[in-house]
Ligand binder design. Structure first.
Ligand SMILES: [Zn+2]
Ligand SMILES: [Zn+2]
Length: 264
C-alpha cells in the first residue's frame, strides 16, 4: 500500500489509531483484556497508536504503556469519564503522570463502592499480566462532575477531550443532552463502530464543526482495532495527534472510508 500519496506534506505518514480501548480494570471489560494481550492484538491489527480508556480510572494504563514499548506501539494513557449527566467523555493525555492527576480529581468526585457480583471485577495488573490488586471504586458509576466541569478540567490538564460514541442511545451527549452546546470545548467527537463517519455526518446534526474519529471501544480482545482512525502525522506522538485534531501544519484526520477508496 503506497501511503505517501495521502500526504499533502512529504514527511507525513498515515498512522492507524484505536483511541478507545478498555482493560480488565473496567468492570465490563473481559479478563482477557490484559496489557500483553492488548498490545499483541494491536500489532496484529496493524495499529500504530492506541489509547487506554477505562471507566473513570487510568490505573492500568501505565502497564499497557510498558507492554507497548516491547512491541514498538504508541500507547497513550486515558480515561473514559462519566459526567453527572451520564455522558461519557474520553480524556487522553501525553504522560501517565497527567493521567494520574486527572484520575485523582475523578476519584475525589466518584461516589460508591464496586460490587464485583453486580458489576464485575476490576483488576489492576502489571505489564506482565500479573494481578496486583482489585480496585474497589464504583468505576461503572457517574461522577458528580457536570459536563462543563469535566471538560474544563480535562483541558486544564492539557488532555484531548473527546465526546464518546455520540451515535449511541446510552451515555452519549446527543442521546442525553439532545445536542452539543457551542461552549463545550471538545477537541473532537467519537463515532462508534456501529456507524461510519459518513453516515454520522449525514444523520447527526451539528457534528460538522468538530473533527470526528472512530474507535473500537473494545471490551473484548477480538474487538481491538476492528475500527480505527487514520492520522496523517510526522510521528506517532500525542503532540502530533493534537495537531491533527487542530488541522495544523498538514496534520489531519483521514476518514477510513477515504483511505479504503483511494487504495482500491
Ligand atoms: Zn462509553
Ligand atoms: Zn468505552
Amino acid at each position: 500500500m503506497r501511503l505517501g500519496w495521502y500526504s499533502r506534506v512529504a514527511h507525513l505518514k498515515l498512522y492507524r489509531a484505536d483511541m478507545h480501548i478498555h482493560t480488565c480494570l473496567s468492570p465490563c471489560g473481559d479478563w482477557g483484556m490484559s496489557p500483553k494481550a492488548i498490545t499483541r492484538k494491536s500489532c496484529q491489527m496493524g495499529l500504530d497508536i492506541i489509547a487506554i480508556c477505562d471507566h473513570n480510572t487510568a490505573e492500568n494504563a501505565g502497564a499497557v504503556i510498558r507492554a507497548g514499548q516491547k512491541h514498538g506501539i504508541t500507547v497513550l494513557p486515558g480515561m473514559e469519564i462519566c459526567s453527572k449527566e451520564e455522558v461519557h467523555v474520553l480524556a487522553i493525555f501525553e504522560t501517565y503522570d497527567r493521567a494520574l492527576n486527572m484520575q485523582a480529581f475523578v476519584y475525589d468526585h466518584l461516589p460508591g463502592e464496586n460490587s464485583a457480583d453486580l458489576w464485575g471485577e476490576q483488576i489492576v495488573v502489571d505489564e506482565n499480566d500479573e494481578v496486583i490488586a482489585e480496585n474497589s471504586n464504583l468505576l461503572i458509576g457517574a461522577t458528580t462532575l457536570s459536563l462543563y466541569e469535566l471538560v474544563d478540567k480535562i483541558n486544564n490538564f492539557n488532555g484531548l477531550c473527546i465526546a464518546s460514541h455520540i451515535d449511541r442511545p446510552a451515555f452519549g451527549i446527543i442521546s442525553n443532552l439532545g445536542f452539543i452546546p457551542d461552549d463545550l470545548q471538545f477537541c473532537g467527537l467519537e463515532v462508534s463502530w456501529r456507524m461510519s463517519l459518513n453516515e454520522a455526518a449525514a444523520s447527526i446534526s451539528g457534528i460538522g464543526r468538530f473533527p470526528c474519529i472512530t474507535s473500537s471501544d473494545a471490551h473484548y480482545i477480538e474487538d481491538v482495532g476492528k475500527v480505527w482512525t487514520g492520522f496523517m502525522l510526522e510521528a506517532p506522538t500525542f503532540a502530533e495527534i493534537r495537531m491533527a485534531f487542530e488541522g495544523r501544519s498538514g496534520r489531519r484526520i483521514v476518514r477510513k472510508e477515504i483511505i479504503l477508496k483511494e487504495v482500491q
